[in-house]
Design a protein around this ligand. Structure first.
Ligand code: ZN
Length: 1379
């Protein structure tokens, strides 16, 4: 009953509508709003339908019910069921709608509300009373019939069945059964042509409306259509597929067949005329049906005019979003359907190069620099073929390519396409860098634009191509695996081709439209508009109307003003080039050339393109190796389009470099940028580094930078960092404006997904109105690509999306500065909850780095002393300064964020160790030369150099033999061993003095053996008990009964080994779960451990030592001397390890007798506290942390420090403080840390605070022993000889660097850099300089005088002093001008 009622109503509506359309729109007169051939999109269709409805309603009598009106409206919207559903599916958009939602909407359209109360007019209410009750009952019955599950959760398929009962699956099945029962006369289960055409309409019940309309056709033609598999019979599935309008497979197959039959000119498309000629059969195909709307036409006869209308009609979207979307995506796929899609049309013609020949230098894999262009290009090149392979890994192959562009390509855009499965660099015939080629997965830089508008006068070209046998990320077997050194790389493509700009542009349009439709999280209007637009474009393209497709796209992407979000994303091109990582440093030089030249070429095509690059070192390489490219870059820098950022020498590690090294990164970096480009960088740029020291904000302030960009904290494993734009407050309270690009990446592709992700992630919505998107392939990928720039243009103004504009980072920071009062503040370090193994991996490199940092400090100090007191030949000074500067650059390069942390391949580590060795040798030689120049070559005595600005009394060892034999030693107060003599010496603050032996201290150092087999080492400061396993069972300060060692365990200096198997990043990560695998090695009865118990090695009076040894694990050995000297308040653990483990971490653990909720760790110019507990997730993520020379656990009045000479990984847990000693990762360096290691650490219990107990000073001393110099004859030249050179009267203030000013030649000054080390305000710190001084001016880290930085000087004879105030942890630098 219900179905009949609905059907009659629907029929009335459909017929009425049809009649009206045909009469009103097509026959009566020309329609007002629509002409044949007009382009109609779905919105104007809706408008038109409204017009039709209005007209039709005028023809109705007043007595006609509202129901008829609404039926007309409903049926005219049949094609929009999807949209109706979408509109009804209110928040949360879960893909289902309820009966109430539907009914409310239905009634609202009629102006009444659900409870029947009057909303608009009395008439409406009356109409409801008269007719609606019945209608609602009918609708409700239909609703419940279409429901398969929950009636309040109707999904789209159920909804369609409700709106089109004749399309519901069960109904269609019934029709199929009816047809089969009636027609299958021979009962074989299928219908042959005879049976099929036997159908008489009379046989079909009047009730079977759909079936009647099906057979009201030319049955022979229909049979062919229904017989999908073409077997000459129709089975039930085929019949069902035909009847089901939503079956896309059928529709596509049918369309393909019909296009083949109708395509009379065989151009692959069916034009309107061809369709007209084909006539009714074509129209039987639903491919072109505008859904239900056109279905009404199916029942009638067609005029040519009708057909033309249908062909020009903008096909509205079929009901299935997925098929439409995928249709678009397949049309631009680089893999599927390329025979017919746009990607297949990317090039309209192609041609082989005229000649391709090859030359390779011998052993080029060792270093490409042996064969630069000037040598390679003049060699004899021999012919090679596409498909040939070249190797091995890291080798270089040169190709000469001769090209003849055909005359017929006049006016075309012509590409040279190259793919050698490697990175490669294109050179002009005259030796200029042209452009890099990359080999990334996505379309990147596989082509070079030979001509934008080819002129045949310029048809022959000759180029050289330098192929580097490595991929973008080296040549590892997996992402971070060690490289396969024997890889061969295939030359895949070398040809020229005509670039089809139109096809490319349409492909980019479709890509963006499809992405907008797919990625829009709200599935809102923009997504649907994009889907309709893309679909429309496809139909136009398939109809051969490419120009119109372009227009449709242009209309979509045009600036619609003010409809975008009130949020701007500044898109910044970049290319994060790791200065070494999965490839050696030398390959980075070429990576820079390839990527930077790509950027320069793109700038020629895209005037809006802006590219940023960091790391002065990389620019210097370009300057040295590729001068023509450097000139081009300089030009673009001037234009403001190639923008140097960062201000540093390289993007360094954020944890391990010393404070002074940090300053030098800026000093050398900014100096380079200023000299070469006339401008310093305005932001610190460190997107990829593994954690950020709490001292960075102050260091930045000290070098004049107030902005900082990174994103790495988004890699946190435990806690999500709460901000993207914020004020970062450092250790001393200095602040820096910080921004993390919210897409949490620096290699975006400018895809819709990147924008969506960015908006979704941005955690400071409302606080700030701009953000940065960093796009471009990193490392070997070549930076930005044409695709990315095309995408940005299209995404500039999309309604509902942020404005996406090209720009420079400083724009965003300027805006952030204006909004800074809104921003939140983060205080303290930016600790990365990941990659915490990098404080320990590659132990040798870390040790060399520490030693070189100190050596450079010392050589600069000695040079300053010399220059202050003697006139030094300018040439000699220049030579020394040159060597020191080169050494600094080398050191800074090796502080790069994959070298110093230890996350590089073995080649890089070998190179780094050599580089540090070279620094050590070269600087050591300069040190020696300065010393000789200063003090003579000396058989005339020995000197003592104290590089620290406090008085020291230490035991030193005078090696046997050599120049030191001239030291007068009183054997009574000395101690001998095999290699030399120990004596006590004293040195004033920062001084060079005659080496003089001091009398024996009152209390000497002793070693005793106790009855229980333990040993005791004691001196004037402490008493330590050691068991036979080398463990410290007790340590007490002299005269105190308080033990520093936890007496429950008595196991300090336990050497523990843990399994160390990270989630993925082998060299980088030590995961929290390693803590669950602890095994103490130096304990009784440990399986696999062989102990050589402790024995006395030395027994005073100046030095005492106990020695023990063990072998363990995979054949590893550890031996340790536990040493105490008479003048030392700390116990030294001098350790040698032969390390042979795999995926293990070794630590020394100290359970202490201290209650401390925080442990303190030294960092650059200060120290930070971190929790010893895991209360919060932020606390527990800090299970492995970084520290420099010391760490401390203290309670009131007492504490214990550990001093470290080259280790940086620490952990604290309750009362246990541990130092990480060695790791054994296998990727990317399979031999990481395997072999011999020598290192020292020390245990220092103390009374009071670590500040009052001089822990900071002792840690410096532990790292910088007094130096013995030879020769003394000319010591007198040093003013203030035998006393201090520089004195500082406050222990809290540390004089960290003394150096000649960077521009010493023009500005004769010495730079002094201090920091406050206790975390206290120190007013009026007096600094006394024992040499003649003209003036002292406060300066910044770049050695630029500060405004009103001049200081008041006090002179006393040959000495000068000045007083300054220090704030907690404050860094201050001064220029001391010399006469
Ligand atoms: Zn990196």
């Amino acid at each position: 009953m219900r179905r009949n009622y609905r059907k009659v109503a629907a029929s009335v509506a459909l017929l009425l509508l049809l009649w009206l359309l045909i009469n009103v729109v097509f026959q009566d007169s020309e329609p007002k709003s629509l002409h044949i051939g007009d382009k109609v999109d779905v919105y104007s269709l809706m408008k038109m339908e409204d017009e039709v409805m209005k007209l039709s309603v005028q023809h109705l009598d007043d007595s006609d019910s509202n129901f008829i009106k609404s039926s007309i409206k409903e049926s005219s919207y049949n094609s929009l069921n999807m949209m109706t559903f979408s509109a009804l599916d209110k928040f949360p958009r879960d893909g289902v709608i309820s009966w109430n939602e539907y009914l409310t909407d239905f009634l609202m359209k009629l102006g009444v509300s659900l409870d029947g109360t009057k909303e608009k007019t009395d008439e409406a209410a009356k109409a409801l009373n008269r007719t609606m009750k019945e209608e609602i009952m009918g609708l409700k019955a239909a609703w419940f019939e279409s429901v398969r599950g929950d009636p309040d959760r109707l999904n789209i398929d159920e909804f369609l069945a409700f709106r089109h009962p004749e399309q519901s699956h069960s109904f269609l099945l019934k029709i199929v059964e009816d047809v089969a029962n009636i027609l299958d006369t021979n009962g074989d289960g299928v219908l042959n042509l005879g049976e099929f055409t036997e159908l008489k309409l009379d046989d079909v019940s009047m009730d079977n409306f759909a079936l009647r309309s099906l057979f009201d056709k030319d049955l022979k033609t229909l049979f062919k259509v229904v017989d999908i598999d073409g077997k000459g019979t129709v089975n039930r599935q085929e019949l069902l597929a035909y009847l089901d309008m939503r079956n896309p497979i059928h529709a596509r197959r049918e369309a393909r067949r019909l296009v083949q039959t109708a395509d009379s000119d065989r151009n692959g498309r069916v034009s309107a005329n061809e369709a007209v000629n084909k006539g009714p059969e074509f129209l039987a195909c639903r491919w072109f049906n505008p859904d239900g709307f056109q279905k009404s036409f199916m029942c009638t006869k067609f005029t040519k005019r009708d057909i033309l209308f249908i062909m020009d009609y903008v096909a509205s979207l079929r009901k299935n979003k997925r098929t439409t979307l995928e249709r678009m995506e397949k049309f631009i796929s680089t893999e599927l359907f390329t025979d017919v899609n746009l990607h297949g049309q990317r090039y309209s013609a192609e041609k082989a190069v005229t000649d391709l020949s090859h030359w390779a230098g011998k052993d080029s894999e060792k270093d490409w620099r042996k064969y630069p262009f000037s040598i390679a290009s003049v060699q004899t090149f021999k012919p090679v073929n596409i498909g040939d392979s070249f190797g091995p890994t890291w080798a270089t192959h040169w190709f000469k390519v001769i090209i003849d562009i055909p005359e017929s390509w006049k006016g075309e855009t012509v590409h040279l396409i190259w793919n050698s499965s490697t990175e490669a660099l294109l050179w002009s015939e005259d030796g200029k860098v042209v452009q890099g080629f990359s080999c990334v997965d996505e379309p990147g830089r596989e082509y070079y634009v030979l001509a934008e508008n080819f002129a045949p006068t310029d048809s022959r070209r000759v180029y050289f191509i330098e192929m580097a046998c490595n991929g973008s990320f080296g040549a590892g077997a997996n992402a971070i695996g060690p490289p396969d050194m024997k890889k061969e790389f295939k030359l895949e493509i070398c040809k020229i081709a005509v670039f089809n700009k139109s096809a490319y542009s349409l492909a980019m349009d479709l890509e963006i439209l499809a992405s907008l439709a797919r990625e829009d999280p709200s599935d809102g209007f923009t997504a649907h508009k994009a889907l309709f637009t893309g679909n429309h474009m496809l139909n136009l393209m398939q109809a051969g109307k490419t120009d119109e497709a372009h227009k449709v796209a242009k209309e979509f992407f045009k600036d619609k003003q003010s409809k975008s979000l009130d949020f701007t994303v500044v898109a910044v091109g970049n290319c994060h080039i790791d200065s070494a990582w999965l490839w050696p440093v030398r390959e980075t030089i070429r990576k820079c050339a390839r990527s930077f030249s790509n950027a320069i070429r793109l700038m020629e095509l895209y005037p809006e393109f802006i590219f940023v690059a960091s790391q002065a070192q990389q620019f210097e390489w370009i300057k040295d190796y590729y001068p023509s490219l450097f000139t081009e870059i300089k030009g673009r820098v001037k234009e403001g389009r190639f923008v140097p950022v960062g201000g540093t020498w390289v993007e360094m590690d954020g944890n391990i470099p010393s404070g002074e090294a940090y300053v030098r990164h800026f000093l050398l970096g900014q100096k380079f940028f200023l000299e070469e480009f006339g401008k310093k960088c305005s932001e610190f740029w460190l997107p990829d580094t593994f954690g950020y020291s709490a001292q960075i904000p102050q260091i930045l302030q000290h070098v004049g930078i107030s902005n900082f960009l990174t994103q790495k904290i988004s890699w946190n494993v435990v806690n999500k960092f709460p901000h993207h734009s914020f004020v970062w407050e450092g250790l001393d309270g200095s602040t820096v404006l910080s921004h993390f690009p919210p897409s949490n990446s620096y290699t975006d592709r400018v895809k819709v997904a990147n924008v969506v992700e960015l908006v979704k992630n941005y955690s400071d919505k409302g606080r700030a109105s701009q953000a940065i998107m960093l796009y471009g392939f990193g490392d070997g990928g070549g930076g930005a690509t044409q695709d990315m720039l095309e995408r940005r243009r299209r995404l500039e103004n999309i309604p509902g999306y942020p404005k996406l504009k090209p720009g420079v980072p400083s724009e965003v920071f300027d805006q952030l500065a204006k909004e800074s009062k809104n921003l939140c503040r983060w205080v303290g370090e930016l600790y990365l909850e990941m990659h915490n193994g990098t404080y320990t991996t590659q132990a040798t490199i870390k040790k060399q780095n520490r030693r070189c940092e100190e050596l450079l400090r010392n050589v600069e100090l000695l040079l300053a002393m010399l220059v202050v007191h003697e006139s030094v030949d300018e040439k000699l000074l220049k030579k020394w300064q040159g060597i020191v500067t080169v050494a600094w650059k080398k050191l800074l390069l090796n502080q790069f964020h994959d070298i110093l942390p230890g996350s590089s391949i073995e080649m890089v580590n070998v190179d780094a160790r050599e580089a540090f060795e070279e620094i050590s040798n070269n600087v050591g030689k300069v040190f020696q030369e300065i010393s000789e120049r200063f003090f003579g070559t000396g058989r005339d005595g020995n000197l003592l150099l104290n590089t620290l600005a406090w008085k020291r009394r230490n035991v030193v060892k005078i090696p046997r033999g050599g120049n030191t034999r001239h030291v007068n030693v009183n054997e009574q107060s000395a101690q001998q061993d095999d290699q030399g003599t120990f004596i006590v010496v004293e040195a004033p603050q920062m001084s060079v003095v005659q080496l003089l032996q001091q009398p024996m201290p009152e209390i000497s150092v002793k070693t005793e053996k106790l009855q229980n087999g333990n040993f005791v080492l004691s001196n004037a400061f402490l008493r330590a008990e050691i068991d036979t396993y080398g463990r410290i069972t007790s340590t007490k300060l002299s005269g105190s009964s308080k033990d520093a060692i936890c007496q429950e365990s008595k196991l300090a200096n336990s050497i523990c080994i843990y399994d160390d198997i990270p989630l993925f990043w082998d060299a980088w990560d030590v995961m929290d779960y390693h803590l669950e695998t602890r095994k103490i090695l130096n304990a009784p009865n440990v399986e696999g451990v062989k102990m050589k118990p402790a024995r006395i090695l030395q027994n005073g009076p100046l030095v005492s030592a106990v020695e023990w040894e063990m072998s363990f694990g995979n054949g590893s050995k550890l031996s340790q001397r536990i040493i105490l000297d008479a003048e030392s308040p700390y116990l030294i653990f001098e350790t040698n390890v032969d390390w042979k483990e795999s995926h293990k971490i070794l630590k020394a653990e100290f359970p202490l007798n201290v209650l401390a909720r925080n442990a303190t760790y030294e960092i650059q110019y200060g120290h930070v506290e971190r929790p010893t507990h895991a209360n919060t997730s932020w606390d527990w993520a800090k299970y492995e942390v970084v520290g420099h020379r010391w760490a401390d656990m203290s309670e009131c009045g007492f504490g214990v420090s550990l001093l470290s000479e080259c280790k940086y990984g620490w952990s604290s847990d309750g009362n246990k403080l541990s130092l990480s000693l060695l790791r054994a990762p296998k990727s990317p360096d399979a031999n990481a840390d395997i072999g011999a290691h020598a290192f020292k650490y020390a245990l220092m219990p103390h009374a009071g605070t670590f500040q009052s107990a001089n822990v900071i000073q002792r840690a410096h001393e532990f790292n910088q022993p007094l130096k013995i110099l030879h020769g003394a004859a000319r010591l007198g030249k040093l003013a203030g000889a035998e006393s201090s050179w520089i004195e500082v009267d406050q222990r809290a203030v540390i004089l960290d660097a003394v150096k000649l000013s960077d521009n010493f030649k023009t500005h004769r000054a010495v730079v002094l850099r201090f920091y406050e080390s206790f975390g206290s305000h120190v007013p009026l710190t007096n600094v006394t300089l024992h040499f003649p001084v003209k003036a002292v001016t406060a300066c910044n880290g770049l050695e630029e005088p500060l405004k009103s930085g001049g200081l008041k000087l006090n002179s006393h004879g040959a000495s000068t002093s000045f007083a300054v105030d220090f704030k907690p942890f404050q860094i201050q630098s001064f220029l001391v001008e010399l006469f």
